[in-house]
Design a protein around this ligand. Structure first.
Ligand code: SF4
Length: 149
């Protein structure tokens, strides 16, 4: 099971360049980023993110063209099930994953259209900082520099 925080779910324009993105914060983070900006996301909080909930969120936010999971949680199979569901049932909505890990498995690059990797290091800054250690890939193409224009 992966859990999300309904109260923090929002439509955003900055996280994925050129996309109108519905972003959900995923709890039960297993990461250990130095200077973690959201330590509450390591806790077992929120509601289960099922495929039915994904359908409901996209219905309630008609017009978005990207669905972003901000975090991986602690259940890889549930995470992959969400990605597969998005691709099969919502083909016009691209899928995106923000991971705090340095690298993720090839399967995640295949299942998600966008994948962000790299722990958050405060001194290097987030994706929109040109010194960032993080990278955003679209179908394995590094598009991080789009944040700097
Ligand atoms: S991925 Fe890193 S910054 Fe984000 S909640 Fe987990 S430990 Fe904190």
């Amino acid at each position: 099971m992966i859990k999300y925080l309904p109260q923090l779910t929002d439509v955003v324009m900055e996280e994925i360049p050129g996309k109108i993105t519905l972003a959900v914060e995923i709890s039960r983070c297993q990461g250990n980023c130095p200077g973690c900006h959201s330590p509450f996301l390591k806790e077992d909080i929120g509601l289960e993110l099922t495929t039915d909930v994904v359908d409901m969120l996209l219905y309630d936010n008609f017009g978005v063209n990207c669905f972003l999971l901000l975090g991986e949680g602690d259940d890889p199979e549930a995470l992959k099930a969400i990605a597969r569901h998005l691709r099969s049932e919502h083909p016009r909505v691209e899928s995106a994953l923000y991971s705090g890990r340095q690298e993720v498995e090839d399967e995640l690059y295949e299942l998600f259209d966008y994948v962000k990797v790299g722990p958050y290091i405060a001194s290097l800054g987030p994706l929109n900082s040109w010194t960032t250690n993080q990278r955003l890939y679209h179908h394995r193409e590094d598009i991080t520099s789009k944040f700097w224009r």
